[in-house]
Write a protein that binds this ligand. Structure first.
Ligand SMILES: [Zn+2]
Length: 195
């Protein structure tokens, strides 16, 4: 008898990406981490907001411009409060704007720690379907994630993909980045999700 299984895996980032740029004190290209603090400057009605990054070696700072010379009346008052209170969700929103960050520095290191929160939804057939979702995108590769979920090597993932045991919906390349709502279906019963 076969049991059907549907799971969701939420990918939960555990830290914000590191960035690389030149540190004026260390006088070299070095890694900076997000301080999780905004700097807010108000000059009469004109506001500047930065997100502060610190050099890993000397704690030297780099201010990542979020808003530059904006009239305070044009900013939502709730948002201003979030900037003032260093609201974590707002900080993470900006710290994960990876393509914008890349334009401002020498590189963004997205190889960050993450956790998977698994939830079993339902089952009906001789296959397992996993639906992926996340709040913060950091360009995780599909084959890497599948290897982690099933505890198998990346080459095994690619073999199972080639022989039709692992299917992706939409049908994108195994080596591409995880997209929100991606579904992974595993045919057969070699994986029952109990581990
Ligand atoms: Zn430094």
């Amino acid at each position: 008898m076969s049991i059907n299984n549907l799971f969701t895996y939420e990918i939960i980032a555990q830290e914000t990406p590191y960035i690389n740029r030149n540190c004026s004190k260390c006088k070299t290209n070095t890694e900076f981490y997000c301080s999780e603090k905004f700097r807010v400057n108000a000059n009469q009605k004109i506001v500047d907001i930065w997100l502060i990054y610190n050099c890993k070696h000397c704690e030297g700072t780099w201010n990542y411009p979020i808003l530059s010379r904006v009239n305070i009346n044009k900013i939502d008052s709730m948002l201003i409060q979030k900037f003032m209170n260093n609201d974590k969700e707002t900080i993470w929103y900006y710290a994960f704007q990876i393509s914008k960050l890349r334009k401002q520095c020498n590189g963004v290191n997205t190889d960050i720690r993450y956790e998977l929160r698994k939830e079993k939804l339902d089952s009906l057939s001789n296959k397992v379907t996993i639906k992926l979702c996340y709040k913060y995108d950091f360009g995780l590769r599909i084959d890497k994630l599948i290897a982690e979920i099933f505890g198998i090597s990346r080459s095994k993932v690619n073999k199972l993909s080639q022989n039709g045991t692992i299917l992706l919906n939409p049908k994108i390349n195994m080596k591409s980045k995880v997209i929100d709502d991606l579904q992974i279906t595993v045919m057969g019963d070699w994986y029952d999700g109990s581990s």
